[in-house]
Write a protein that binds this ligand. Structure first.
Ligand SMILES: Nc1nc2c(c(=O)[nH]1)N[C@H]1C(S)=C(S)[C@@H](COP(=O)(O)OP(=O)(O)OC[C@H]3O[C@@H](n4cnc5c(=O)[nH]c(N)nc54)[C@H](O)[C@@H]3O)O[C@H]1N2
Ligand SMILES: Nc1nc2c(c(=O)[nH]1)N[C@H]1C(S)=C(S)[C@@H](COP(=O)(O)OP(=O)(O)OC[C@H]3O[C@@H](n4cnc5c(=O)[nH]c(N)nc54)[C@H](O)[C@@H]3O)O[C@H]1N2
Ligand SMILES: [Mo]
Length: 704
């Protein structure tokens, strides 16, 4: 989302800097932007399709690769049913409008019910909350960080991540401005992170206790008469029910399990309720844990009961130039929770998608409905989903696998075919998803910097080719579908975005004179167009049937007994360590470790440990330790630091590049180990199936 100015000379990049004229990023850029040049010139970025041959891969032509893939997918579907082919879509897809639009087309044509994505190792609980409370899975409010006076952050490290479900380039400056205008930042995280340096108060909570913490805040707010929903009162159902529920969860009751004193929680409740504006925001730390659904619900509820939803300085909805919320609703996709249960473990689906923590077992378990083939699109599940070891074994047992991915990496090495897209700098860019989640309404279209070589293909071209190939193998399809594909192919991603802008909230619609926010205008103003700060939009924006906010959806209320048992057991839990994850500024999930510029300097894949935990195990700084969980074992160097809460250790995810057969020459030199070799595929939030990374129990077997 950062606006970049890229200076080129012939086919080379000379310089990359932040674009001061970008209305969202205002000149900010992070190390990943500079590393774009490493990606663009990376010799490991595959130039063309590869086909597995024995233990190695051979280069083949695009025509052959597309035809063979279509043929194999068709064969599996004919023999075992359409859902025998699963699709896993990874994170880069949502940053790539071509892959996003044409990935939908491909998936719809494939017609399988076996859909998986990185959503269920990420923001799924927050989508469930948006759906159940506001009536639409994409209606996720964003903290109005530029105007708030009290920013309560749970389980997020925006200084490293740049914000998430809060696109906020240059967050450091935004937090400094917040405090300079007399506002307050409170951070709740078991680790004193980089973000803590910009907070007034850091509260080192125990992992997975966020729902309890939020209940204690809501309890206090009702008990002390601080609930002031204001105008939201008339738009909300269930305020009294919530007050009744919260009665049982006083700060005293939850304190031990949360690991914070009742006074601290009570104080924060008062300050949050009394500030002129406040917002509670939580991210990966409250999503990928056993109570992610409950925490996401309560985070929203706290904002509602204090009147901070949908008001400046609070938790607000965006109005992007391509309104994907309205588009999805028009297509009938607002969300659907738990219509089906998964075959093996019986976990609920969400909007036709299964939690990826169930993918390996669905591949391994024989019987009707077994998954026999897999398509990965911009995803690396071996490193990014729980129990990577089991995932690898499962992938090996597939009849067929294809990876649409630029690299021969930990996942794609198990594929029969790898179909690599051209470099990101050879394609246009429009943020269909992240404008929706940005702290300011802006629109920007970035043209491709370089022309791609004639042999190379973009993701969308690969996906369109596969779609057409599949239809051919099936012996054709209807006129309407054929026409739709023809039109989309002609338009390409740029043309589709142009149409979406035209018929979006700032577009000219059917007016033949054009105007408003159009592709033409964005071409003329390449730094982007400022559409202003976030504006209040309730109740119009709500998609619930009665146009009211649902404050106590039964799905959440019925999950409270599980939280209660966990709280009671927490006192009895042993002296083992609990593991949490972290993100590094110079890293991007599992796939940017092949960029020299990012990998320079110290080893970042270290196990952070409190000095007392280290002393108790006679471990010294830098020592390699063997860590074991129920799912597996890894060896990692320890970094002793008092930034960690006692009893909690932290390891980043996305490393572990020393697996055989991987073609990542730089990443291999900084291989690290994979968090997800320790994460347990059986540990999920029972409410929605999201992987529970936080709170993974580990023991240290020895130091070397
Ligand atoms: N333990 C632990 N696990 C986690 C997390 C955590 O915090 N802790 N975080 C989770 C989160 S939030 C996420 S989003 C997931 C991410 O999970 P994934 O999306 O599965 O993983 P990524 O590392 O983003 O891998 C993306 C893949 O896309 C490829 N790729 C990159 N650019 C392109 C492109 O333009 N086109 C195509 N076709 N492919 C491309 C890369 O080579 C790589 O193989 O990981 C999750 N896993
Ligand atoms: N540089 C960089 N930027 C990124 C990424 C990257 O890999 N590198 N990944 C991108 C992606 S895909 C995403 S989803 C976003 C994520 O963005 P963020 O969520 O802001 O980033 P994380 O660093 O995962 O922050 C999670 C925090 O939760 C804390 N935590 C862990 N368990 C718990 C818990 O039980 N309770 C509480 N309260 N806190 C807990 C961790 O210590 C950590 O500081 O970042 C995006 N931006
Ligand atoms: Mo993510």
């Amino acid at each position: 989302m950062c606006g970049l100015v890229i200076q080129t000379n012939g086919g080379r990049i000379e310089k990359i800097r932040g674009d001061e004229d970008d209305p969202l990023s205002r000149g900010h850029l992070c190390p990943k932007a500079i590393a774009l040049q490493d990606l663009h010139h990376d010799p490991d970025w595959l130039a063309g399709p590869l086909r597995k041959r024995g233990h190695d891969f051979e280069e083949i032509s695009w025509d052959e690769a597309i035809d063979e893939t279509a043929d194999r997918l068709h064969g599996v579907q004919r023999a075992f049913g359409r859902s025998a082919v699963a699709v896993y879509q990874g994170n880069p897809v949502v940053h790539n409008h071509g892959a996003l639009i044409f990935g939908q087309l491909f998936a719809r044509t494939l017609g399988s019910h076996s859909n998986f994505s990185a959503t269920s190792v990420d923001q799924l609980p927050q989508m469930v909350a948006a759906f159940l409370m506001y009536g639409h899975q994409l209606l996720m409010p964003v903290p109005d960080v530029d105007r708030t006076q009290h920013f309560l952050i749970l389980g997020a490290n925006p200084l490293a991540s740049n914000g998430s479900l809060m696109s906020a380039p240059g967050i450091r400056k935004r937090l400094m401005d917040l405090r300079a205008r007399g506002g307050r930042v409170v951070l709740v995280d078991p680790r004193r992170t980089e973000t803590a340096a910009y907070a007034d108060l850091h509260l080192a909570i125990k992992p997975e206790a966020d729902a309890l913490f939020l209940l204690a805040l809501i309890h206090t707010i009702f008990a002390e008469g601080l609930a002031r929903p204001g105008r939201l009162a008339g738009l909300t159902e269930g305020i009294d029910d919530l007050a009744r529920i919260a009665k049982a969860w006083s700060p005293e009751v939850v304190a031990d399990a949360v690991g914070l004193s009742p006074d601290v929680m009570r104080q924060e409740a008062r300050e949050f309720a009394n500030a002129t504006s406040s917002v509670c925001y939580g991210r990966v730390g409250i999503s990928t844990q056993s109570f992610g659904g409950l925490a996401s619900w309560l985070m929203n509820a706290l904002n509602v009961v204090t009147g901070n939803l949908d008001r400046p300085g609070g938790f607000m909805f965006t109005r992007p130039a391509v309104d994907v919320v309205a588009l999805a609703a028009r297509a009938g996709i607002k969300g659907r929770f738990g219509k089906y249960r998964s075959r093996v473990r019986g976990v609920p689906d969400f909007s036709g998608e299964w939690p990826v923590a169930t993918l390996a077992e669905e591949i391994e378990t024989a019987g009707k409905g077994q998954i026999k083939a897999l398509v990965t699109l911009g995803g690396n599940p071996v490193l990014s989903t729980p129990n990577g070891g089991r995932m690898e074994r499962a992938l090996r047992g597939l009849d067929f696998m294809v990876s649409i991915d630029p690299y021969l990496n930990e996942t794609s090495r198990w594929a029969n075919l790898i179909l690599p897209p051209a470099s990101p700098l050879t394609r246009d860019h429009y943020d269909l998803v992240f404008h929706l989640l940005a702290v300011r309404n802006t629109a920007k279209f970035s043209p491709a910097i370089f022309e791609k070589s004639t042999e190379a293909r973009h993701d969308w071209e690969i996906l369109l080719g596969l779609t057409e190939g599949l239809v051919r193998k099936r012996g054709g399809d209807g006129v309407a579908a054929r026409l739709a594909r023809r039109v989309m192919g002609r338009l390409g991603p740029r043309g589709v975005v142009g149409l979406l802008l035209r018929f979006g909230p700032y577009g000219s619609g059917l007016n033949p004179m054009g105007g408003g926010v159009s592709l033409k205008r964005l071409d003329r103003e390449p730094s982007g167009v400022d559409l202003g700060p976030l504006v209040a939009c309730l109740p119009e924006r709500l998609y619930t049937e009665n146009k009211r906010i649902q404050l106590t959806p039964p799905v959440f209320v019925e999950d409270l007994p599980r939280l209660l048992s966990w709280m009671r057991e927490s006192a009895r839990r042993g002296a083992s360590l609990t593991l949490i994850g972290r993100r590094e500024l110079r890293s991007n999930n599992s796939w940017m470790h092949n960029a020299e510029r990012l990998m320079k300097g110290r080893d970042r894949c270290t196990l952070l440990m409190n000095p007392l935990d280290a002393a108790a195990r006679t471990i010294s700084n830098g020592q390699i330790v063997r860590v074991r969980s129920r799912a597996g074992e890894v060896e990692a160097p320890v970094e002793i630091t008092d930034t960690m809460r006692l009893g909690v250790v932290s390891l980043p995810h996305g490393f572990g590049h020393d697996r055989g057969g991987v073609r990542l020459s730089v990443a291999r030199k900084h291989a690290g180990v994979s968090f997800n070799d320790l994460a347990d595929d059986q540990r999920i939030d029972d409410l929605c199936g999201t992987a529970a990374f936080s709170g993974t129990e580990v023991e240290i077997l020895g130091a070397f």
